[in-house]
Design a protein around this ligand. Structure first.
Ligand code: 6PG
Length: 249
């Protein structure tokens, strides 16, 4: 089941995202005593993370029962300007009473293959696989790049074909090169989540958003078109600029 909510601006998207995170995580904690959250990288969700650190939101999550992971990371140390961990730690995790042992960082300072295997091992020590062999996050957050990538699954990447591993190494050839080594959760993990939240804002993503949600089926689907939760729900939170090319809204 997927839903597209179009909100006036970035601030409204951040509020809706923060509210959704609280709702999903606090419900999971009420139901099972624990919630598993995979945070998105990039800049878009930072406003939501900052809001989530405010008492009106933070007071509604039992942080000791929240296990936090990431959906992707750049292969850089934790303190590096490009680190998704650093971005989320500064905006959220350093501002809320989450136990350090509940924060599961992808160790971007390691060699790619070692970092991917180590993270998968760490996930497997906490998250039990479902009947298809994949972990079930209560909430999986991803952003979308203007090329239609999600997490660090880029168009045409062999990582899009991975059907066994939970974490793989990828590379993003942002112009100009060099290749930017990354780690990413794989599509089966993303699609095994109970809820997937995709946050997209800004006019520069509007044409890609139209292609993803309304485009003619192409031989090679964009990564964002491959988000199909097997039994979970999918929520797109867009601001008006990002949705400005959609014809059916
Ligand atoms: C990353 C993210 C990536 C991001 C999109 C959107 O590590 O960069 O995981 O997938 O979500 O590129 O990035 P912005 O939110 O900065 O536009």
């Amino acid at each position: 089941m997927s839903d597209i909510r179009i909100l006036p601006d970035v601030s409204a998207v951040a509020s809706a995202a923060a509210e959704y995170i609280v709702d999903v995580c606090s419900q999971a904690i009420r139901d099972r005593g624990v919630a598993y959250l995979a945070l998105a990288g990039g800049g878009t969700p930072v406003a939501a993370y900052t809001l989530l650190s405010q008492p009106e939101y933070a007071s509604r999550i039992e942080w000791s029962r929240l296990q936090v992971f990431w959906s992707d990371e750049r292969l850089v140390p934790a303190h590096h300007a490009d680190s998704n961990y650093r971005l989320t730690a500064e905006a959220l995790l350093c501002r809320v009473p989450i136990p350090v042992e509940n924060i599961h960082r992808m160790r971007g300072e390691l060699a790619q293959a070692e970092a991917a295997q180590e993270y998968e091992n760490a996930m497997r020590s906490i998250l039990a696989p479902d009947n298809k062999g994949f972990p079930c996050f209560d909430l999986m957050m991803v952003g979308m790049g203007d090329d239609g990538h999600i997490a660090s699954l880029f168009p045409g990447s062999p990582a899009l074909l991975e059907r066994r591993r939970w974490v793989v190494a990828t590379e993003h050839s942002q112009p100009p090169p060099p290749l930017v080594p990354r780690l990413t959760l794989t599509l089966p993990v993303i699609n095994a989540a109970t809820a997937v939240l995709v946050i997209v804002t800004g006019e520069k993503k509007a044409e890609r958003m139209r292609q993803v949600l309304e485009g003619e089926p192409a031989d090679e689907l964009l990564p964002a078109q491959l988000i199909k939760p097997s039994s979970g729900r999918l929520l797109w939170l867009l601001d008006i600029p990002a949705a400005s090319r959609l014809t059916t809204r």
